[in-house]
Design a binder for this molecule. Structure first.
Ligand code: BGC
Length: 515
């Protein structure tokens, strides 16, 4: 089993059953899983822009920021490897932990992984809140990362397995929604704690423990999924559980599908070897590129470093944090747009529109910064130009939030045939975490060297990825997940990779879901 947002199997998908209270509780637990991830994305940028925090842990960065070192370039104020290590250590820990979590989730069940994730994350939050030195800080971040690795691996799988098939797509984006709420809450908390006379940063870091406690306690009381029970040989229990969560005894068809899916996946001994076969090439390429492109939109520059970025633009402390709160709010509400449109207008329309909108904003922001700071990095933003810049950044964030944000998780999770779906999903999660780490680690250095060109750099990638989507991503809207091969077969480029027998000849013509 793999992590990330997982769309689980299903045959016809027309099972009886309703959305029971059990499923609602499932959503809440999934939400706390997304919350801890989002809270973390949002918290570090605000904390690293607080003077007290910098003085205590990164005094040289503080001196540079206040121009005490004689270096007057705005672009390089925050360039410190130790400071970026604080932010990015979490992602490398999460990447490594998700492989261990994969085994835990398979052998011991989803709730054990959630419980482990919650506890480890909680330890990280305590260590961070009580930090006396940089070592405690970074060890705390690593523990948080391990917790997130476990949570991101198990919660979405749990969610997809508990959800009735007809609401699975919306629930998938629901997880992204929770991430954005977590980011927003973190920005909001930072805004509040920055006003405290002392130890504000401690509260910011320690409050991460709250969603972790909810997730840990929740995991103790939740039942395991029928899929996991079958996987561990407890068929009777699994059937009883399925009846309970669907609120009906008529679960025969779904139960049979679960048994079959479990049998099929047992037959594929080497999914990692299988996935390299030519017939899976389209899906493999897409699942490698989508998380890479998602991070190369540059979104996490805003998510991690919005307050730092706004300070670089000359905003005051409090205005910077407020601007981050605003972008956080835009992120939440714009995600709603994708929930309501993704099955109506399709994935391609959102990708293409979002890409164009991001590109325009990036060019505009880059040009404004160039006109004010030039290459020397000296200058000051006027109030009105500052506001225009914040507005443009909000428009950019909105575009991401209804395109690459949710779709970066949804599309890879729905394009693979069952036998290699979990391996494909693992690739998606790890590529995503890896590039999140890279961006977090090198952004401040890039800002220092590329200056305003940084916005053009990410803009260039947005142009490439939007062109790629236009030519190479077929529409997957409304296509049953187990019929997806027909979409690839009908595609002008990928069609040649899909053998005829993979699309079940004799079941009608390939669909017209092509470019
Ligand atoms: C991405 C994160 C990003 C977040 C922003 C997610 O889909 O994977 O890296 O910070 O969206 O909302």
């Amino acid at each position: 089993m793999a992590g990330g947002h997982f769309v689980s199997q299903g045959g016809s998908g027309n099972y009886e059953g309703r959305v029971t209270p059990f499923v609602v509780i499932t959503c809440l637990v999934a939400a706390t899983g997304g919350l801890i991830f989002g809270y973390d994305i949002g918290i570090s940028g605000g904390v690293t822009s607080m003077d007290e925090f910098l003085i205590k842990f990164f005094p040289s960065v503080y001196r540079k920021e206040k121009d005490l070192s004689g270096d007057s370039s705005q672009y390089c104020k925050f360039d410190s490897h130790l400071l970026t290590l604080f932010t990015s250590s979490l992602y490398i820990a999460a990447l490594i932990a998700s492989f261990f979590a994969s085994a835990t989730t398979r052998v011991f069940g989803r709730k054990v992984s959630m419980f482990c994730g919650g506890i480890i994350f909680l330890c990280g939050a305590v260590l961070n809140g009580a930090a006396m030195n940089v070592t405690m800080l970074i060890i705390g971040r690593i523990l948080l990362g391990v917790g997130i690795g476990y949570a991101n691996q198990s919660v979405p799988v749990y969610l997809s397995e508990m959800a009735p098939p007809k609401v699975r797509g919306a629930l998938n984006i629901g997880f992204q929604m929770a991430i954005t709420i977590g980011i927003f809450l973190a920005n909001f908390v930072n805004y509040g704690t920055s006003k405290m006379k002392e130890n504000g940063w401690r509260y910011s870091l320690a409050i991460a423990g709250v969603p972790a406690i909810i997730m840990t306690v929740g995991s103790v009381f939740l039942p395991d999924t029928p899929n996991s029970l079958i996987e561990r040989g407890q068929q009777e229990k699994a059937r009883a559980m399925l009846e309970k969560i669907r609120g009906t005894e008529n679960v025969h068809e779904e139960f049979q599908d679960l048994l079959e899916a479990s049998e099929t996946s047992k037959q594929v001994q080497h999914p990692w070897k299988n996935i390299r076969q030519r017939k899976y090439r389209p899906q493999l390429v897409i699942t490698l590129l989508i998380p890479f492109f998602q991070q190369l939109t540059g979104i996490n520059v805003i998510m991690f470093y919005a307050p730092v970025l706004f300070k670089t633009l000359g905003f005051g402390d409090s205005a910077s944090l407020m601007a981050a709160v605003i972008t956080g709010l835009v992120n939440v509400f714009a995600t709603l747009v994708s929930i309501f449109t993704v099955d109506k207008f399709g994935r391609r329309a959102l990708f293409l529109e979002g890409g164009a909108q991001m590109l325009i904003c990036q060019i505009a922001v880059g040009s404004i910064i160039a006109s004010v700071f030039g290459v020397t990095g000296e200058g000051t933003f006027s109030k009105s130009l500052g506001n225009v810049t914040v507005f443009l950044i909000c428009v950019y964030v909105a575009a991401f939030a209804w395109s690459w944000g949710p779709l970066g998780w949804l599309v890879p999770s729905e394009i693979f045939p069952l036998e290699i779906r979990s391996a494909g999903q693992s690739i998606n999660v790890s590529v995503n975490m890896f590039f999140t780490f890279i961006i977090a680690q090198i952004f401040l250095t890039m800002l220092c060297h590329l200056k305003f060109g940084l916005f053009f750099f990410f803009g260039g990638f947005v142009l490439i990825m939007t062109t790629f989507i236009f030519f190479f991503l077929p529409e997957t809207k409304g296509v049953p997940i187990e019929e997806m091969n027909r979409v690839w077969k009908a595609h002008w480029f990928w069609g040649k990779y899909i053998p005829d027998d993979a699309v079940g000849l004799g079941h009608g013509k390939p669909t017209s879901h092509e470019v």
